[in-house]
Ligand binder design. Structure first.
Ligand SMILES: [Zn+2]
Length: 440
């Protein structure tokens, strides 16, 4: 390829780079070379360039791909299996027994493939996974062209695929070395929660994360009961314990955080740790409300996640972002909380930063990987159109996702998956339904 030849030029009606904040570029586009954003310029300037492909995207808004910072991908096969139950009952009486019976490498392969397809169709270009058989997830991410952070599961009791932490690490640690230079996969550690991981294993995770320069993602302060039980038993809040054990830092990703006091804010601020907000899971399990606006005002990086499909029940990050924007206003009592532009930033650049990928993705900037989504805003329900970002967050759903690229490679074209077979995914999911619930 000649130095002057671009791989692809995209010409949307609106381009929202996310960085700088709040900007909407009209009649601009971008040029891609070697999977990276090589140029952002007015339409006329780009049309003068030589490119292998030039694509007009009329009525579309081009934005950075959405980043789903927290989920349990394979749990898509448990979608709708046990609903309308409190977290404790849901986990102990339904999810953990079902996992014990059903989860093996095949389950993870089929469930993760379904989750990846759903996410790509919803404009997600990067997801984080906290589940079992990380080597199987890595194979699928590689094969589907997706981008992901994959965590090694750490719990104090046996889990599918690993009888104890030694087995889990024995399976998982080689992946750090094997995938060290992978352009789209980043390995991390996923200690489940403060109440399922004791001090010894916490320290093990701390040391390994330091050794590998890896992230740590953990459910923290998901419910008031979790925090009050810990305080009653030990006199210490779970986040304070995590800090005392030396795990907090810019590599630490705290999922949920519905319970936050002034001491927690101070710890998050001082450490540079990230909060991964999962509003729909918190609403469905009645877990509590994360005070997003308060965290945002305190300068703490807040990103967004769908959580697993068993507790949400979809992996719809655009819908999740709308919920987050609405909920932030209700929780803070202020209609100015989490504007549409900030909500989109939370679903893109903040997510990238939380996963340690802030230099690579999350915004449309020259040099970053071309992880892109084209949203079609030409529908009746989106007219008239005064502010395309407002329309995207408050008046659109994920069906408006038309095209998706990861590292410059197209994964979705006119809503059609290019790297996965949708009919086969449907048949496989239905076969699992028959196995898990043979009688309707
Ligand atoms: Zn979760």
């Amino acid at each position: 390829m000649s130095d002057d030849l671009y791989q692809l030029i995209l010409l949307p009606t609106w381009l929202v780079p996310v960085e700088p904040a709040g900007v909407v570029l009209l009649d601009h586009g971008l040029a891609i070379r070697d999977g990276r954003i090589a140029r952002i310029a007015p339409r006329a300037e780009l049309l003068a360039l030589a490119a292998s492909e030039v694509r007009e995207l009329p009525g579309m808004l081009l934005a950075p791909g959405l980043i789903n910072t927290h989920g349990h991908a394979a749990m898509s096969l448990f979608r709708g299996l046990a609903d309308d139950l409190p977290l404790d009952t849901w986990l102990h009486d339904h999810i953990w027994p079902a996992e014990k019976t059903w989860v093996d490498a095949d389950f993870v392969r089929d469930g993760t493939a379904l989750a990846i397809a759903e996410q790509v169709k919803g404009g997600i270009t990067c997801f984080s996974d906290m589940y079992f058989y990380p080597e199987v997830v890595a194979e699928l991410v590689e094969a589907t062209g997706m981008r992901a952070q994959i965590t090694i599961p750490v719990l104090d009791f046996p889990v599918p695929g690993a009888v104890d932490i030694e087995a889990a690490l024995c399976e998982g640690l080689p992946l750090f070395e094997q995938l060290r230079h992978h352009p789209r996969i980043r390995m991390a550690f996923g200690p489940h929660a403060p109440y399922t991981v004791g001090d010894a294993n916490m320290l093990r995770v701390r040391d390994l994360a330091r050794e590998f320069g890896a992230g740590i993602q953990m459910h923290v302060h998901e419910t008031a009961a979790e925090v009050s039980a810990a305080v009653q038993e030990t006199g210490e809040r779970p986040l304070a314990r995590i800090a005392r054990l030396g795990l907090l830092g810019p590599h630490f990703q705290a999922v949920h955080m519905t319970q936050i006091d002034a001491s927690d804010i101070a710890l998050l601020q001082a450490s540079g740790a990230h909060v991964l907000h999962c509003p729909e899971s918190n609403l469905k399990l009645a877990s509590g409300f994360c005070p997003v606006e308060q965290l945002w005002q305190a300068g703490i990086n807040v990103a967004i996640g769908t959580d697993g499909a068993a507790s949400n029940n979809d992996l719809d990050l655009l819908g999740e972002t709308r919920t987050a924007a609405l909920l932030a206003k209700a929780v803070s009592g202020s209609a100015t909380a989490l504007s549409a532009h900030n909500a989109l930033r939370m679903a893109t650049l903040n997510g990238a930063r939380a996963l340690g990928l802030g230099e690579e993705v999350g915004s449309l900037e020259v040099g970053k990987a071309a992880d892109l989504v084209a949203f079609d805003l030409s529908g009746l329900a989106q007219q008239p159109l005064y502010d395309p970002v407002s329309q995207l967050i408050y008046a659109s759903n994920r069906d408006c996702v038309r095209h998706v690229w990861v590292a410059g490679e197209q994964l979705l074209d006119e809503r059609r998956l290019l790297r996965q077979d949708e009919a086969q995914l449907l048949a496989t999911a239905q076969a699992w339904q028959v196995r898990l619930a043979p009688t309707p």
